[in-house]
Design a protein around this ligand. Sequence first.
Ligand code: PMT
Length: 224
Amino acid sequence: LTSQDLAGEHLLVTAGPTRERIDPVRYLSNDSSGLMGYALARAARQRGAQVTLVSGPTALPAPLGVNLRRVESAAQMLDAVLATLPAATLVIKAAAVADYRPCQMAAQKLKKQQMAAPSLALEKTPDILSQIAACKGDRLVVGFAAETERLLEHARDKLERKGLDLIVANDVTQAGAGFECATNIVQILHADGRCEALPCLTKWAVAHALLDRLVALRCQRAVD
Ligand code: PMT
């Protein structure tokens, strides 16, 4: 029988990409499949947590026993996250949120016959993780860092800047890591300076390894 070591916890986990609309048929997005976030949702549910999964567009089936909220854009993901946050005790942001969106969405499909190639004016999307961390209270908050260079330096900077308890760094240029594949190769950075490098594992195993760290942090807090 699986340990119920997350009983009494409510995990809010985000997964998948966001889509930022250019017009009704085009958008900016990325390669996230949702596999990492959905594995976290299923693993936490199996360990007794109540789970809310806020998911961008993916091809994955809804995990059993999980409260699934489907969204499309970063703005919608922020709204869904903020609506669930008061009930959440643990937050893991595995979603690959688009950092930029078009300043304006065209109401109709842009027609190439009618104009020269348009230039796209972009603005920043809201940083959901920073907003969560700013009002984290007793919650444990975990981010992911998808990097293509200087993995640990960028991940440590995000952990500190966003005020996180843990950050999971993955070098998305490595074979067997990051977007779309069934495995991941991660390093888990702690707020106290520790860094643990895990071998190439299935996303399911990475999910359990991360949840183990959260259980340990909870126990440590109870003692402190
Ligand atoms: O979905 P898969 O195909 O399984 O792929 C898994 C993954 C590569 C998407 C996952 O392992 C991962 O790395 N997720 C985070 C990707 C990402 O957006 O990283 P980032 O370094 O750009 O963002 C850092 C953190 O801030 C992330 O927790 C992100 O959710 C959060 N963020 C980013 C931008 C923004 N506007 N709001 C946010 O909350």
